[in-house]
Design a protein around this ligand. Structure first.
Ligand code: NAI
Length: 331
């Protein structure tokens, strides 16, 4: 079992005496900064001059340029998109690091692929919530907590693990901080995202087949995901169990799922998964993505354009109208 840490394992004094700079005030930055402040930490924000900076000021934080914030802090949480983090790190943070500082990432991506390499006189840790940014705040406020993966890449102080645990608890990971590594966090994060992409294309393909079979586009999409029955099934997988939740379905449904479902999980799919995993582990995906950004995101832009041009988008709009009308007539 992965070693997991809880609130009782955390010594918040280890980080309370430090000046904390949260770099970035977006999805994660905003929520984590607010949670850290409410946990009693001394937090400032480092941000470029954009709308996120305005939001940080409005939330009452002392704000600085990224370079200045990094200079002032002993503990730096780098919470900006992975695509820009390398450039920002070398431009504004690298030179400002002092012996004994702690640098914390929410993703292992840039370190694992060797894009960012830190001096050996700092602690380098990872605290990666398995939760979207807004929910990191909501769940902290509701005292529900969430799970984070934690990892230590460099332990200069000898206390890096305890510091990672303290950060994890201070941002609200009270459901557990699971010991991981920068490598593992990167692999499961990318694989999980890419698997989700396969599910999206599968849903679109299923929609096309259902419509070709004469089903109405609206009823088909309702069945596939719009009614949220499927989201409930996935929620039940998390709460009850992948297979145990099947008991909540009719026997006909269970038989269909158990027999037809397995057809999509044969050797071909295994081969596909292995290829996707290999591209992640070998760095092929990361190199391809870096090249794509360098070449002006042409492939990305055309795929986004193609996805939004698919008929499914219009059908979703039509269904939204039906559902809104239904809501209005119910009140
Ligand atoms: P985000 O897209 O919300 O970040 C926005 C922030 O980045 C803003 O403060 C903006 O000023 C700053 N920023 C954008 N471009 C910049 C540039 N060129 N130079 C300097 N600052 C720039 O990012 P998000 O989603 O909060 O991700 C932050 C980190 O957290 C990433 O490492 C991500 O992998 C990780 N993470 C994200 C999760 C999520 O649910 N979004 C979940 C767990 C980890």
């Amino acid at each position: 079992m992965a070693k997991t840490y809880f609130k009782d394992d955390a010594n918040l004094d280890l980080i309370k005496k430090r000046k904390v700079a949260v770099i970035g005030y977006g999805n994660q930055g905003c929520s984590q900064a607010l949670n850290l402040r409410d946990s009693g930490l001394d937090v400032v924000i480092g941000n470029i001059d954009d709308e996120y900076l305005v939001r940080a000021k409005k939330d009452g934080f002392q704000t600085y340029s990224i370079k200045e914030a990094a200079r002032k802090a002993d503990l730096i949480l780098l919470l900006i998109p992975d695509e820009v983090a390398t450039e920002v790190y070398y431009r504004d943070i690298h030179e400002e690091l002092q012996a004994g500082n702690v640098l914390s990432f929410a993703s292992g991506y840039n370190t694992y692929y060797g894009h960012i390499s830190c001096p050996d006189f700092i602690d380098l840790v990872l605290v990666g919530p398995r939760m979207g940014g807004p929910d990191v705040r909501v769940r902290y406020e509701n005292k529900e907590g969430f799970v984070s993966l934690i990892a230590v890449e460099q332990d200069h102080s000898g206390d890096a693990l305890n510091i990672a645990i303290a950060i994890a608890m201070a941002i609200g990971s009270t459901q557990g901080a699971l010991m991981s590594s920068f490598k593992e966090e990167t692999i499961i994060d990318l694989f999980g995202e890419q698997l989700q992409g396969m599910a999206l294309y599968t849903a679109q393909l299923a929609f096309e087949v259902m419509v070709e079979a004469g089903c109405s586009p609206e009823a088909s999409l309702m069945e596939l995901y719009v009614s949220e029955e499927v989201s409930d099934d996935w929620r039940n997988c998390a709460k009850i169990g992948l297979w145990k939740q099947l008991r909540g379905h009719s026997t006909t449904s269970q038989y269909g799922q158990l027999t037809r479902g397995e057809l999509s999980a044969g050797e071909d799919t295994r081969e596909l998964f292995l290829k996707v995993m290999d591209d992640i582990k070998s760095g092929k995906f990361s190199r391809e993505w870096a090249l794509e950004q360098k070449n002006g995101m042409k492939v990305y832009d055309s795929l986004v354009k193609r996805s939004l041009a698919h008929r499914i988008n219009q059908v979703e709009e039509d269904i939204r109208k039906i559902l809104n009308h239904g809501k209005e007539s119910a009140t």
